[in-house]
Write a protein that binds this ligand. Structure first.
Ligand code: F6P
Ligand code: MN
Length: 330
């Protein structure tokens, strides 16, 4: 069978009568196009002068890299004029970005982590872009930060791009999770995994072990038991991977199973990752692929947010392993 493109996939989804409207289709295609542009800049690296620090901090007080700022600008510019969006929120901007006066607006809200895995930018390791799409609650009414404060279960689409050996786009519109590979010659994303399914069991975990002294007792016990291997309480050997780019760690998990954890700990009491544009979109992608995503105990997608840049503990991946972690909390 001839492989289909992202555009064809989205048109098919629209015909199936789910919630993919022409505007949502345009939004996703626009984000995908922006990801191609970001991926191009990432790929050019030093040749394009895009490596290194930007000399500024973002709202969370983290030093911005040049590529954080460039990626944010690319996403804004791509999405402003299409008429599909009411407003955007980004890790790199304190307040929602409204569409400029004179441009038409649309029924959706876009939330992005423009460049995930910033610490890997300058060392030639996979990085990516994460996005989440919410319906805009009151069509016509002014959009404020409160308009974005919806639980992840309201997302109508979510996904991420990984700029690695191949540029990949992982997407869900609520009808399973699919993934596309960028055909650089054609400039199009081609569907290469039409039904992503995460193994329910795994023997591979991902956590930043250097944080061990900060962990809570349940996480400590869970990892100790994994490390004890075959003769320990879990009765099997575990392998460990930590890329330090959530996009790359999650991509591995949708490819061969696994569990990813950035739990709340003594230092990051609320967790480290951001709920609205990291945890929620990844949770939707993972659940739609048959996996599970919690903050250790609670389902991520059920959490009622209270702030745009709110942080949350994240435990996601193979269903039975995520359930194991919850049991250690009992
Ligand atoms: O966005 C935050 C992030 O870069 C994730 O992509 C990644 O999983 C994590 O931080 C890496 O954290 P650490 O620096 O503790 O390894
Ligand atoms: Mn990130």
């Amino acid at each position: 069978m001839k492989p289909i493109t992202l555009t064809q996939y989205l048109i098919e989804q629209q015909r199936l009568g789910g919630h993919v409207t022409s505007e949502l289709r345009l939004l996703i295609q626009t984000v995908a196009q922006a990801c191609i542009a970001i991926g191009h800049a990432v790929n050019r690296g030093a040749l394009a002068g895009v490596l290194g620090g930007a000399g500024s901090d973002n709202v969370q007080g983290e030093a911005q890299k040049k590529l954080d700022v460039i990626s944010n600008d690319i996403l804004i510019e791509a999405n402003e004029w299409g008429g599909h969006l009411a407003a955007m929120v980004s890790e790199e901007m304190e307040h929602p970005h409204l569409m400029p006066a004179g441009y038409p607006t649309g029924p959706y809200l876009l939330l992005v982590d423009p460049l995930d895995g910033s610490s890997n930018i300058d060392v030639n390791v996979s990085i990516g872009t994460i996005f989440s799409v919410l319906p805009c609650p009151a069509a016509g009414a002014p959009v404020t930060a409160a308009s974005f404060l919806q639980p992840g279960s309201n997302q109508v689409a979510a996904g991420f791009a990984v700029y690695g050996p191949s540029t990949m786009l992982v997407l869900t519109v609520g009808n399973g999770t699919v993934s596309f590979t960028l055909d650089r010659d054609m400039g199009t994303f081609v569907l290469t995994a039409p039904a992503v399914k995460i193994n329910e069991d795994t023997g591979e975990f991902a956590i930043n072990m250097s944080n061990q002294r900060h962990w809570t007792a349940p996480i400590r016990r869970y990892i100790d038991d994994c490390l004890a291997g075959k003769t320990g309480p879990r009765g099997k050997d575990f392998n460990m991977r930590w890329v330090a780019s959530m996009v790359a760690d999650v991509y591995r998990i949708i490819s061969r199973g696994g569990i990813f954890m950035y739990p709340a700990d003594q230092r990051y009491k609320e967790g480290r990752l951001r709920l609205m544009y990291e945890a929620n979109p990844m949770a939707m992608v993972i659940e739609q692929a048959g996996g599970a995503a919690t903050d250790g105990v609670r389902r991520i997608l059920d959490i009622e947010p209270s702030a745009l840049h709110q942080r949350i503990g994240v435990v996601l991946g193979s269903k039975n392993e995520v359930a194991q972690v919850a049991q250690y909390h009992q």
